[in-house]
Design a protein around this ligand. Structure first.
Ligand code: GLC
Length: 756
């Protein structure tokens, strides 16, 4: 090569310019993607499919310290790195950086379960936009959220990061979240695809599920989210389905996801160790996260040996480049590291206000008047309020407003003796979430001393306070499932003691008792809910949690949250309790152990209200239930059909004395047919605006013929039978207010390709 070209070559390398030896090196975004691909070496292609890995770069090398992962940059082709960061309750990055006095806290939004409890897709979209703004302004490209696995069992350690026992509600809320986050020009990663419904032995456990239960329950939410929000990425889960790793399952990641559903984005693995990289690439897993350097070598060697076809590699590389072009980092967005925290805090508070659920309110105990005298505030959780759960779903927040602060901010006076009693203890003990031998995490809710002095101590409080509020807290997180025992699903003896003593002493002097549940998942309530006068389900409501609970207690906000899962009378009533590692004591994991190496979803479709309602089993609190400070009337329901779509209108009127919002739920009962079906299935829902007393709103709910279909395994098809269908519209699955009927005159059949 003559001197001129040598100089030119050198200059092009040094300047990263795109001219070499007279030919222009294609640049991503400037030249057609196929040209860029043809200019890539096999090594470069392999590198693009493998994350930068945590091992290879320390946090200081991360463009955004504390992010979960990155993709590689290939400057000569104009391909930048991208940054992927958790999680479902807000952006998770390191709050501090070496040699940097600035802090990088993020807003701790409410947990996913609370957001779905709002049943308000517009509000969830607004929360998503706020989260997306933090992702953008902190220089990340993808938020590894929302988590959206079905609440198959109350004890899954990550239910707080997920939405519901119902796939329609899950899908609609997830789509709202994705649309919100992506409205800011950053991506999402709906996860964990799919059927990752337990944490125990999650990296090897096989979820053994029928095709029908898979399609109708465990995949349906993802299908809705893919079709209604187009997530930039999907995260393939750790587990297997029917013995095959999801990350290596061509029928799941290509036949179903791309061919049946038309998904256009990329699939990245959950943060997996080295597995069968070749199968992952072939299956349609575009990005191996966090990425191990061996994987690059494996891909190169496999292509050279013919074990892996270059067309699979090029297919995945193309999708990666199409993804990278969308990212703020590719667009060289000049992020500020200064998101709008003030407005995000108010969105957090507003969304928590709407997701908190009023479970009980005898004799209108709530709202409390601020002049109602001192509040005797019991429970460590009242002073150390849980904003969220643990693991990658946790956010490094600048603060958490606890319930004591929230009540004071709202103008209530607290009984100072109790205040100092708990605050001294918390300071001294520095109460943290206790990992009980790594089996589960729960909050040490009461101090040992409290157990000794409860009787007379509480009688005095009943004399010098006007009302008692007790907080019960529970936490859990990634990697561990919860337990059906005391301190987790059940109250501890201490908790029951204090509840019984407080209610006895306060009721003896005609004073009220309010329980606040600061929990991430379902607990047992039937055996004690008769004791207090009111019960507020606060979930883990984010960093403004104490203010939100106080908003409800004071009546600044009329509660409008509704349950997105069933609270059973006892754990053993739950069908999946027969196939779930609820009393796993941490003995050695092995793949041939029931519920550990494999979990048989023998219950099929009988999850949550689909079971309790169909077989008329009693529950403590039903799906879709939540009280208000006002009452609502439903009237004039009517249905219209246009083509394959149906529209149902119903008039909701506020018949009470205070303004409030109502969630109307629409359930469908199908005619008897070849397949056994749940008695009722949620097919649509709508939340009213804030209705003033006497005010009405005509709400509209829609569904289509395919939404009514059941999956017939023998035909590998969705089938909507002919016949008479019943539409039940109500305030919960057990509180139907309007019923109408319609006929389907011709059966609908839609065959699908994939078999998982
Ligand atoms: C974790 C989680 C996943 C998270 C990822 C990155 O193992 O399962 O939800 O996004 O790793 O932290």
């Amino acid at each position: 090569m003559n001197k001129f070209f040598v100089i030119l070559f050198f200059l092009s390398i040094v300047s990263g310019s795109s001219i070499i030896a007279g030919n222009k090196i294609p640049q991503l975004g400037k030249d057609p993607i196929n040209k860029v691909i043809s200019a890539m070496t096999l090594e470069e292609k392999a590198q693009l499919l493998v994350g930068l890995g945590q091992s290879k770069i320390t946090n200081t090398d991360y463009i955004v310290s504390g992010a979960a992962g990155m993709t590689i940059s290939i400057p000569r082709l104009g391909i930048p790195s991208t940054v992927e960061a958790d999680g479902p309750a807000g952006l998770r990055i390191d709050p501090r950086r070496a040699d940097d006095s600035k802090t990088y806290y993020c807003t701790g939004f409410p947990i996913a379960t609370l957001l779905s409890s709002t049943w308000n897709t517009d509000l969830v979209k607004e929360v998503g936009a706020a989260m997306g703004n933090e992702v953008l302004e902190y220089g990340c490209d993808v938020l590894l959220a929302p988590g959206m696995n079905i609440h198959r069992n109350p004890l899954c350690g990550r239910n707080f990061e997920y939405y519901s026992e119902d796939p329609l509600l899950t899908g609609k809320i997830a789509a709202a979240m994705v649309n919100g986050v992506q409205s800011q020009g950053v991506g999402t990663s709906i996860k964990h695809f799919a059927a990752n419904n337990q944490e125990t032995f999650r990296t090897q456990n096989s979820s053994n599920i029928s095709q029908r239960a898979l399609r109708e329950l465990y995949l349906k939410g993802f299908e809705i989210a893919v079709k209604e929000s187009h997530p930039w990425t999907i995260m393939s889960s750790y587990n297997k389905i029917n013995g095959v790793y999801t990350q290596e399952d061509y029928s799941l990641l290509t036949s179903l996801l791309r061919e049946d559903w038309g998904y256009k984005g990329i699939v990245m693995t959950d943060w997996t160790d080295l597995r069968n990289t070749i199968s992952q690439v072939h299956a349609g897993n575009d990005l191996m996260m966090p990425g191990k350097s061996d994987q690059v070598k494996e891909i190169v060697l496999a292509v050279k040996s013919g074990e892996l076809s270059i067309s699979d590699v090029d297919r995945n590389v193309k999708r990666m480049l199409e993804f990278i072009i969308k990212t703020p980092r590719f667009k060289k967005y000049n992020y500020t590291n200064d998101p709008d925290f003030k407005s995000h805090a108010s969105i957090t508070r507003k969304s928590a206000d709407e997701g908190i659920i009023l479970l009980k309110n005898d004799d209108n105990t709530l709202p409390l008047k601020t002049e109602s005298g001192k509040i005797a505030l019991f429970g460590v959780g009242s002073y150390n309020f849980l904003a969220g759960g643990t693991g990658s779903g946790n956010v490094h927040k600048a603060y958490v407003i606890n319930l004591a602060q929230g009540l004071k901010n709202a103008g209530f006076e607290l009984q100072p003796k109790l205040n100092s009693f708990y605050e001294k203890y918390i300071e001294a003990e520095d109460v943290q979430i206790k990992e009980l031998n790594g089996k589960s995490a729960w909050w040490q809710v009461f101090m040992p001393e409290e157990a000794k002095i409860i009787p007379e101590y509480i009688e005095n409080r009943a004399k010098d306070s006007e009302v008692a509020v007790i907080t019960f807290s529970r936490s859990s997180g990634e990697g561990f499932d919860r337990h059906k025992t005391e301190g987790d699903f059940l109250l501890t003896k201490n908790e029951r003691n204090i509840l019984e003593n407080v209610t006895k002493s306060f009721h003896a002097v005609n004073k009220k008792v309010v329980v606040v549940l600061n929990i991430g998942g379902v607990i047992e309530t039937a055996s004690w809910k008769n004791l207090p006068d009111a019960i507020i389900l606060a979930w883990q409501p984010g960093q403004e949690g104490g203010n939100s609970v106080a908003d409800i207690i004071k009546g600044n906000v009329n509660p409008s949250g509704k349950l997105t899962m069933t609270f059973p009378v006892s754990y053993s009533d739950v069908p999946s309790s027969k196939n779930f590692p609820s009393d796993y004591q941490g003995e050695k994991f092995n793949t041939d152990k029931k519920d550990i190496g494999y979990t048989d979803y023998d219950e099929g479709l009988w999850i949550g209200y689909r079971y309790f309602n169909t077989f008329d089993k009693s529950v403590s609190y039903p799906f879709g239930y939540g009280l208000s400070y006002t009452t609502f009337d439903y009237a004039a329901a009517k249905i219209k059909k246009s083509g394959k779509s149906y529209t149902v209108d119903v008039k909701i009127t506020n018949t009470g004395k205070v303004a409030g919002k109502e969630v109307a739920e629409l359930y469908i009962s199908a005619p008897k047919g070849k397949l056994e079906k749940p008695a009722m299935e949620l097919k649509s829902f709508a939340k009213t605006k804030l209705l003033q007393p006497g005010e009405s709103e005509m709400v509209t709910m829609t569904f289509n013929l395919l939404d009514l279909a059941s999956f017939d395994e023998s035909l590998n098809s969705w089938i909507t039978d002919k016949g008479k269908y019943k539409v039940s519209i109500g305030s919960s699955v057990q509180d139907v207010r309007q019923t109408i009927f319609f006929d389907v005159k011709t059966m609908l059949k839609e065959k699908v390709k994939a078999k998982i």
